[in-house]
Ligand binder design. Sequence first.
Ligand code: 5GP
Ligand code: MN
Length: 327
Amino acid sequence: MTALPLQWTEAAQAIERADRILLVTHFHPDGDAIGSLLGLANALWARGKQVDAAVDGGVPDFLEYVPGADRVLPNLTEGSWDVMVSLDSSDEERTGECGVYGRAHSTMVINLDHHRTNTGFGSLYLVNVNAVSATEVVYDWLMHMGDPITTDVAIPLLTGLVTDTIGFRVSSVTAETLRIAQKLIEAGAQLNLIMARTLNSQKYAIVELWKRVLPTVQLEQGVISAELRLEHLADMGLTEPPSDLGLVSWLVSVDEAGVSVVFKEMTENRVEISLRSKVAYDVASVAFQLGGGGHRQASGATVQGTLAEVRARVMPMLIALVNGGGA
Ligand code: 5GP
Ligand code: MN
């Protein structure tokens, strides 16, 4: 994980020269994924560029307020591009089917991201591991290129800042983060509205799921865990867990816990894990060892094995992390 260069100028020239541009982001997109995708798309559309923006399954309902959401393609079946920009994805697999199609039909790939666990794929890099969100990297790049920050650009960019910092609460937030937020608010993005749509909004079905999952919560040596089992989903007529369960971020607020983990049973033999930590602990290192990635205080991975097997493998790593044994 050596530092990648920040190729602002080379990447700007590639965009300038390109006739057709494809923007992709990670599947199960969150606010920063859609925010970085549409922040850049709206700026390039305003220039008159021919741009396609795509993510598997399209924009989730709660992010439909972001300007341009109705123009995002839910899959790719035709087209070819001079440049593909991959946004907020630490590895190629995370860009899903759209990424597979895009890579096969694009001349070059710009890797724009802020994950320390970025694998360094692509031909040009805009990977700033000190940025709080991918939208911060997009903002810096637009400043570099001299694009105006219109309201349609500011709303998606502030959305990513708000969601990846959980409302400016994580340790990576600096005075510079707030200066950028100020510029975006001045450009017409409404902070309270974005907070209300993202952090303070959920479906009642999520509460019903929490009712089933909370009895599985355990606190062991500073690690608080919960299990979302297939039976909980079946009970509610769901085929897959919602991407915005929200439980893991709430569990880490427990004073006695240094780390929280939610095990999501996807199939009999595959488990997704979500990790959060207090600032003293780096859960990205654990996620990376498990083949996933993320940030110091919020990371995740998909692990093969039964729920019991994955739990037996992951809990000792987390307990060691919290209790000073190294991860
Ligand atoms: P969440 O717990 O919200 O699903 O994920 C938290 C963060 O962990 C995400 O923003 C993303 O950076 C990272 N993450 C989660 N799952 C994976 C994964 O399977 N692979 C990688 N590379 N990163 C992940
Ligand atoms: Mn992000």
